[in-house]
Design a protein around this ligand. Sequence first.
Ligand SMILES: *[C@@H]1O[C@H](CO)[C@@H](O)[C@H](O)[C@H]1NC(C)=O
Ligand SMILES: *[C@@H]1O[C@H](CO)[C@@H](O)[C@H](O)[C@H]1NC(C)=O
Ligand SMILES: *[C@@H]1O[C@H](CO)[C@@H](O)[C@H](O)[C@H]1NC(C)=O
Length: 512
Amino acid sequence: MQRLRGSPGIIVLLFYFICIWKDISGLCPVSCDCDDGNLRAFCNFAKLDVIPITLNPHLKYLSLNNNRIKTTMLSLGVYRNLEHLDISHNELVKLTPFNFIGLRSLQLLNLSSNLISELNNETFLGLESLTELFLDHNLLQSIPDSVFTKLRGLKKLDLSMNRISTILQDSFQGLNNLEYLSLRSSKLTFIPSESFHSLKNLLTLDLGLNSFPSIPENSFSFLNKLTELILDNCGIQEIVYGAFKWLNALKILRLEKNELSEIPTKPLFDVIYLEEIYLGQNKFSTIKSRSFQRLQYLRVIDISDTATLNRVEADSFADNKNLERIVMNYNKKLNYIDASTFRNLHELQEIHLRGNSFQSFDQDLISGGLKVLDIRDNPLVCACDMLWLATYLRAVNLSFSSEEDFSKVRCASPSNLKDKILRELTQSDLGCTLKDHRRPIITGIIVVAVVIMVAIAVVGFKYRKKVTGTLKSRWNTRKKETKYHKTGYLEEDDTILQAAQRPLKIAPVTEL
Ligand SMILES: *[C@@H]1O[C@H](CO)[C@@H](O)[C@H](O)[C@H]1NC(C)=O
Ligand SMILES: *[C@@H]1O[C@H](CO)[C@@H](O)[C@H](O)[C@H]1NC(C)=O
Ligand SMILES: *[C@@H]1O[C@H](CO)[C@@H](O)[C@H](O)[C@H]1NC(C)=O
């Protein structure tokens, strides 16, 4: 490690010669931090206007972020062994053609947060080893054809936060090994489906924060390895049946913050291996029965912050037997959930219903085996019908993480219980003994029953002789009758038997 801070010229010269003498290990400018052992140099926040050319030419790692560098012209050829180059947060406007031509070992190039507005088919020539390219937070408006053609090893391309409205059919040509592509937060008004033909190994595609009112059929052709698709904040009103065709490896789908008026049940038929779906902040009011049919591998459903959602119908998740986590938090109007909603979901570990409009919960809604039940911040009416919940919250350990205690569910009303913690309330706090409205009815029934029994007893006592007399005489006559019938029946029976047996014995003889 060598540093020079405003040293007199002679020392500089002397030092310079020593350096050349030994091995060329370069000069480290005052504002830089050089680690020659590891061939790294850090010149961040150094007020540099140009890329210094006196650094160790064997550098592998050069970080130049937060300077005022306007051009990379001619300077980078010095550092032919670079593997990591960070020129982010500078003032690069244009990348001159053949700029990076000698950087055959460069693996990561960070050009994030510059003023780059143009690329062409000669910009990135020579970067044979590049695996990660960051071009986010620039001023790009279009991606011309064949810009990345020679970047055969590129795995990650970040083009987010630009102004891209045009992507051509061959814009991504050559990116056969790309795994991650972000076009997030740009000016796209349609899905650039035609440009995806080279991206056969793409795993993640982020198209969030663009503008796609409709997602047409076959929007993601050729992306049959894609596992994560991000389409949040895109103003999507409609997803056409067939839009997700090809996406049969998709595991994660993000559709939150759009304008969907219904859960896109049918378009989801094509993504049968989906495991996680995020649908919050859309415009639907109901989660209808079997909204996620065919999605038997679904593990996570998140529908939060949906201002319009008010109902979850029976069997909404009936097809999703592998669900582990259901999050429906802060849906301000949500006040109805069918009691059978979570029935038969044996893998379910987490239910999040925080910050909705539930005044009570049905006991049948909650089954055993949960690790998390978060029902905090609902306008709970703490009456006797919530006694089961108080008992449940006391009994089970829902403290999933130490920071958050999910069992601290508070009451909203009645006023004397406002903000009280439900699990700490007793039966009488909840008015179970005093205010049970069934009590007068039950008492009434008991009183009536007692009156009737007493009346029967009195009547019976008064007419006991008459009653016993008639009973006795009836008993006797019946006894005689049965005796007579019995003998009669037996005799009859015998004769029938004998009569029946005689011809039977004779029959074979006569017939023979
Ligand atoms: C690229 O630069 C940006 C801005 O300085 C920074 O936030 C980001 O972490 C960098 N990326 C990598 C992979 O170094
Ligand atoms: C870049 O494109 C131009 C035409 O637009 C072409 O003349 C030139 O040969 C291309 N360069 C490379 C390296 O493909
Ligand atoms: C509940 O679980 C947490 C974390 O697993 C544990 O730290 C805590 O002691 C448990 N509490 C009770 C009352 O079992």
